[in-house]
Design a protein around this ligand. Sequence first.
Ligand code: 5RP
Length: 292
Amino acid sequence: MADTDDIREGKSYGLDTPATSAGFYLKGMDGADWGLKNRMARIFNKDSGRTVMLAFDHGFLMGPTSGLERIDLNIAPLAEHADCLMGTRGMIRTSIPASCTKPVCLRTDTGTTILTEMNHNVLISEEEAISMNVSAMAAMLSVGEAGTEAGTIANFSRLVDIGMKYSIPVMGVTAVGKDMARDARYFGMASRVCAENGASIVKTYYTEGFEKVVAACPVPVVIAGGKKLPELEALELCYNAIQCGAAGVDMGRNVFQSESPLAMMKAVKAVVHDSAKPAEAYEVFNDAMQPA
Ligand code: 5RP
């Protein structure tokens, strides 16, 4: 029997304070469900509206590439410095401690490797993503190649159906055909196709004219870092993307292949969250390299 003694009548109704109905702080999310917004809020910092995601999903395509030989040694120690971890189920389960409470963006498609023809991907089961308590699911969407375009768009669309059912945001990882220009026209198109198919986040590459890619994509856009660059150039890339309206990065090689991945994480965070200029962020990198 419920305790019915001492039931106190409410008295703090805040009668002078109207209930708020402010919009959500990330673009394109006003119409989203509470659960989806709550997951987005775990990924995107509420003050800056941006995120620094750490991508280490490369192994399913290329095996133990430089910097990812031992996720437990190379990536797990960086986890606390990232806003979100992006990887595959196998690496997260085996090599990231379950006590780590950083949000996870699970790479939810898998397929062929760099040894054959890429992008013939399939989706893993939704039960996997749910059981891993993920905050987002990512799948690649490739435009411009007759053999793979339809399959990746079908995968993506099905993943969004699942995401909407459970209020899990889906991140589109854009790709363009190997003979196509890697420019704003084609990455802009791939980004838009992700958004048209219900993406809550789009991951693409920075190119000249990136402001148009961002403007035509009604949900937050984050950039991949691409191949390893000298640190200052990678910080310039981040800065330029942020200036064009990017909502952050989902960066891999330019962090984990850096001379000091931790120093690079700190420098990228300065650009993304504090709007530091590249030279200032490079100072953060150099300072963080110094022994304490
Ligand atoms: C291409 C990808 C990779 O999975 C990866 O996350 C890219 O990260 P980076 O370019 O920063 O190393 O986006 O499918």
